[in-house]
Design a protein around this ligand. Structure first.
Ligand code: IPE
Ligand code: IPE
Ligand code: MG
Length: 257
């Protein structure tokens, strides 16, 4: 019967594209060391991988791409490496900002700004201001970012508001807390990809990742390309997200006739 042949096909879910992907760009140092190169060379090649990834994210139709570029804890690295990383960020913004603007990327920076040098701060603000009205892809740059610091800052801000009588302590709930995070207004990441083989969050989007899917790749960040990205998205599409509920049989079971 025609129905018997067509029903199972109709039941196959269309490939699901995540709206928001977070990327922990890890393994630059090991990529370089494995080739007898200085770590900075790995970071340089990492910037190229980032360029590829932004373009692929647009091609794949994502709305948000969050990249972990420097953690609150990365200050503990040797001073030369920290300064190399700061230099690369500055160069990336100076060299790529106008192109990112032209292709419709909106840049949003998350992380602590208090302890940043004025030249970096000015560049980050320039990137956000220039691209404010773009809407093709939002590139969220997690720079000087740590989830624990972000959550503590949100708690502090809410406490000030309670002390000032602006809000009632009884009204504090997860929605309010989320609205006080740097990521306020940005949907939670559907998928988090980490390269380098490490399987941890390292203080990245801990609150926001409550129901994210994770894909850990054995390759180092400088080797991440469109194909690796597509494979991670394919893995995501095959996952069954339940958000604490149950999957109804008709959603994923093969139709039996
Ligand atoms: C990621 O690569 C880049 C940053 C943390 C800024 P790493 O520098 O952490 O490289 P590995 O993990 O030491 O190989
Ligand atoms: C996480 O990588 C931070 C970034 C990718 C920017 P790390 O290399 O700093 O994390 P750990 O130290 O391996 O956990
Ligand atoms: Mg690392």
């Amino acid at each position: 019967m025609i129905e018997a042949e067509t029903a199972p096909k109709a039941d196959v879910r269309p490939a699901r594209t995540p709206r928001h992907v977070g990327v922990i760009m890890d393994g630059n140092g090991r990529w370089a060391l494995g080739r007898g190169l200085p770590r900075i060379e790995g970071h340089r090649r990492g910037v190229e991988a980032l360029r590829r990834t932004v373009r692929a994210a647009i091609e794949f139709g994502l709305d948000y791409l969050t990249v972990y570029s420097f953690s609150s804890e990365n200050w503990s690295r040797p001073i030369e490496e920290v300064s190399d990383l700061m230099g690369l960020l500055k160069r990336f913004i100076r060299e790529d900002l106008s192109e990112l603007y032209k292709i419709g990327v909106k840049i949003k920076v998350i992380g602590t700004r208090d302890n940043l040098k004025p030249d970096i701060l000015a560049l980050l603000e320039e990137a956000e201001t220039l691209t404010r009205a773009n809407n093709r892809l939002t590139l969220v740059v997690a720079f000087n970012y740590g989830s624990r610091q972000e959550i503590a800052a949100a708690a502090r801000l809410i406490a000030y508001k309670v002390a000032a009588g602006l809000i009632d302590a009884a009204a504090i709930d997860e929605t309010m807390l989320a609205q006080h995070l740097d990521t306020a207004g940005i949907p939670d990441p559907d998928l988090i990809i980490r390269t380098s083989g490490e399987q941890r969050l390292s203080n990245f989007l801990m609150w926001q990742a409550a129901y994210s899917e994770f894909v850990f790749l054995p390759i180092h960040w400088p080797d991440f390309d469109r194909q690796a990205f597509a494979a991670a998205l394919a893995e995501f599409a095959a996952r069954d997200r339940r958000f604490g509920g149950v999957t109804l049989p008709q959603q994923n079971a093969k139709v039996k006739i």
